[in-house]
Ligand binder design. Structure first.
Ligand code: DGL
Length: 272
C-alpha cells in the first residue's frame, strides 16, 4: 500500500456512547485533515457503573468493529475503557493505540505546582486507580485525591449544564477535593468537559481543570507525526458516526458534545 493510501485511512475512535464526541471535537480542532470513524456503544452504555469484566468484554467488540473499518490508529475516548481494558485494544489491534489516562495524567503533572491533584470520573475509572497509578508512576511524591461523580453523566445527557441542581451536585462532590487543597483537577470522564464552567464556579476558579480528551488529542498529533501517519490528501475529510442503538438521541444530543451538526449516524450490530 502506498504511504498516502495508508495515511488517508481514518482514525478510529470509540466510546461507551455519546461522550467520546468531546474527544472527536478536540481531534477535529487539532487535526482538521483527518478522516475519522467514531463508534458509540449506545445500546450498552453506561460502562462506568459496570464491572471491569463486562467492560472488557464490550471492549473486544468495539475494537473488532473499528478494525473492520480499516482504521490507521485507535483512540479509546472512554475513560472507563482506558482505565480497565486498554490492554485488550492494544493486543487486538496491530496499529497505534492511545487511551486518555496517560495523556491526562501527563498534562496534570505538567500543570500542578503543589503536587496535589484531584481526579474525578465514573465509579469504574475511580475504583481502577488508573489515573492515580499513572500519576504516581510519573512522580511518586504526588498526592492524588479521587472522587467518583456518577450523577454528572445523566445531568450532562439531560442537557443540564447551567442549572442550580447541577451546581449543588458539583459542590457536594467537589467539596472534599477542595478541602485537600488540590491545585489541579483531572476531568476523567468524557462528559465532564461540558461541566467546566460549573466546576470552575464551585472550585472558585482556584483549580486548573485538565480536559483529558484535549490532552489526548495532543497525544494523537504527536503519535501521527512520530509515525509519519498524518493525512496529506487535499480531499475533504470525512467523519463517520456509528452507534449500536437507534441513532435519534445520539444525533440530537451529540451536537452539544461535538459543537456542530453530526450528519448521518448509522446503526450497527456489534457483539453477540
Ligand atoms: N464514557 C464514559 C467515561 O468516560 C462515561 C459514560 C459511561 O459511564 O459509559 O468513562
Amino acid at each position: 500500500m502506498s504511504k498516502s493510501a495508508l495515511n488517508s485511512k481514518p482514525i478510529g475512535v470509540f466510546d461507551s456512547g455519546i461522550g467520546g464526541l468531546t474527544v472527536v471535537r478536540a481531534l477535529l480542532e487539532k487535526l482538521p485533515n483527518e478522516n475519522i470513524v467514531y463508534f458509540g456503544d449506545t445500546a450498552r452504555v453506561p460502562y462506568g457503573s459496570k464491572s471491569p469484566q463486562v467492560v472488557r468484554e464490550y471492549t473486544q467488540d468495539d475494537t473488532d468493529f473499528l478494525i473492520s473499518k480499516d482504521v490507521k490508529m485507535i483512540v479509546v475516548a472512554c475513560n472507563t475503557v482506558s482505565a480497565v481494558a486498554l490492554d485488550i485494544v492494544q493486543k487486538k489491534a496491530n496499529i497505534p493505540v492511545t487511551g486518555v489516562i496517560i495523556p491526562g495524567a501527563e498534562a496534570a503533572m505538567k500543570s500542578t505546582k503543589n503536587k496535589r491533584i484531584g481526579v474525578i470520573g465514573t465509579i469504574g475509572t475511580v475504583n481502577s486507580n488508573a489515573y492515580k497509578n499513572e500519576l504516581k508512576r510519573l512522580n511518586h511524591s504526588v498526592n492524588v485525591f479521587s472522587k467518583a461523580c456518577p450523577l454528572f453523566v445523566p445531568l450532562v445527557e439531560e442537557g443540564w449544564l447551567d442549572y442550580k441542581a447541577t451546581e449543588l451536585v458539583a459542590s457536594e462532590y467537589l467539596f472534599p477535593l477542595t478541602t485537600e487543597k488540590i491545585d489541579t483537577l483531572i476531568l476523567g470522564c468524557t462528559h465532564y468537559p461540558l461541566l467546566k464552567s460549573v466546576i470552575a464556579k464551585v472550585t472558585k476558579g482556584m483549580v486548573t481543570l485538565i480536559d483529558s480528551g484535549e490532552a489526548t488529542a495532543d497525544a494523537v498529533v504527536q503519535m501521527l507525526d512520530e509515525k509519519g501517519l498524518r493525512n496529506t490528501s487535499s480531499e475533504q475529510p470525512n467523519v463517520q458516526f456509528y452507534v449500536s442503538d437507534a441513532p435519534d438521541k445520539f444525533t440530537s444530543v451529540g451536537e452539544i458534545f461535538l459543537g456542530r451538526k453530526l450528519g448521518v449516524v448509522r446503526r450497527v450490530n456489534v457483539g453477540k
